[in-house]
Design a protein around this ligand. Structure first.
Ligand SMILES: NC(=O)c1ccc[n+]([C@@H]2O[C@H](COP(=O)([O-])OP(=O)(O)OC[C@H]3O[C@@H](n4cnc5c(N)ncnc54)[C@H](OP(=O)(O)O)[C@@H]3O)[C@@H](O)[C@H]2O)c1
Length: 246
């Protein structure tokens, strides 16, 4: 995307899609800083890829902990050229509905933590006049559904935040890319009945995200057909939608 030789930061790098994106970024010559709540597991998965070339560093970061995230950013901002945010948490709706703690964690992992981090990063990049934030939201954020509205509400907030960030910072050289996946076959969706043609593998998703990043897209759906599906779903009148089981 640019010739900045600083590191690319990936938040939530234990994501199956993030792991599939690593070789693509790395082959492009970018040194990487990867974070996860479980650094040991992440390091094992990175070692297994055995990628030769630029340095890959792993660190611990819980993005739902805003104080820790802010300290992390202050400590590393200077060495970072751009950020991918993959962290996400999607429990069963019944579990989220039954627990204030879990609801809070879902909002903090999918919205408030990543949004605050993106704000800090964007401000740094704006001062530099160069940088990017590429973050994963979800189609779940485009219309609240009975099946996952706690998660969906967090992603809705995150999408709106990213849109505002882009509107504020684009003219200052900060590229904000919102990735809106439909269904991806990863550990997040393991055991869920997923519709074949509307679902992509982690590797296919990573390729689409890489392409969107290279092209500097504003908003990209993965796979692309979800742009049209969501256009229809968003336009279903509420009195009809509330009777459906989509
Ligand atoms: N799979 C889908 O169908 C789908 C659809 C739409 C959107 N998405 C979004 O796409 C992104 C990637 O998801 P994925 O499918 O690759 O799922 P995944 O493999 O489960 O990855 C999600 C990652 O988020 C990390 N995470 C969870 N809580 C965190 C926290 N508090 N701080 C930092 N990291 C945290 C986890 O890593 P650690 O446990 O190592 O911290 C986990 O590896 C997520 O934002 C997800 O919401 C996925």
């Amino acid at each position: 995307m640019n010739n900045d030789e600083r590191r690319i930061l990936i938040i939530g790098a234990n994501s199956d899609v993030a792991l599939a994106l690593l070789p693509l970024l790395h082959a492009n010559g970018h040194p990487l800083l990867l974070t996860s709540r479980d650094r040991e597991r992440l390091q094992g998965r990175v070692d297994a890829l055995a990628l030769p070339g630029p340095e890959i560093t792993t660190m611990t970061l819980d993005i739902s902990d805003m104080t820790a995230a802010e300290a992390f950013w202050q400590g590393h901002a200077e060495s970072i050229q751009g950020v991918f945010i993959f962290a996400g948490l999607m429990p069963q709706q019944a579990d989220a509905s039954g627990s204030s703690e879990l609801s809070k964690q879902v909002w903090a992992t999918n919205f408030t933590g990543p949004a605050r981090f993106a704000e800090l990063a964007a401000a740094t990049f704006a001062e530099r006049g160069l940088g990017f934030i590429c973050a994963l939201s979800s189609v779940a954020g485009e219309r609240g559904r009975a099946a996952n509205y706690t998660y969906g509400s967090a992603k809705a907030g995150f999408s709106a935040f990213l849109s505002g960030l882009r509107n504020r910072y684009d003219r200052q050289g900060v590229k904000v890319i919102t990735v809106i996946p439909g269904f991806m076959r990863t550990k997040m969706t393991q055991g869920m009945p997923l519709s074949g043609p509307l679902t992509v593998s982690a590797e296919e998703a990573a390729k689409s995200i890489y392409k969107a990043w290279i092209k500097g897209r504003d908003v990209t759906y993965v796979p692309g057909i979800w742009r049209y599906i969501m256009r229809v779903i968003r336009n279903i009148p509420e009195f009809v939608f509330k009777e459906t089981n989509i």
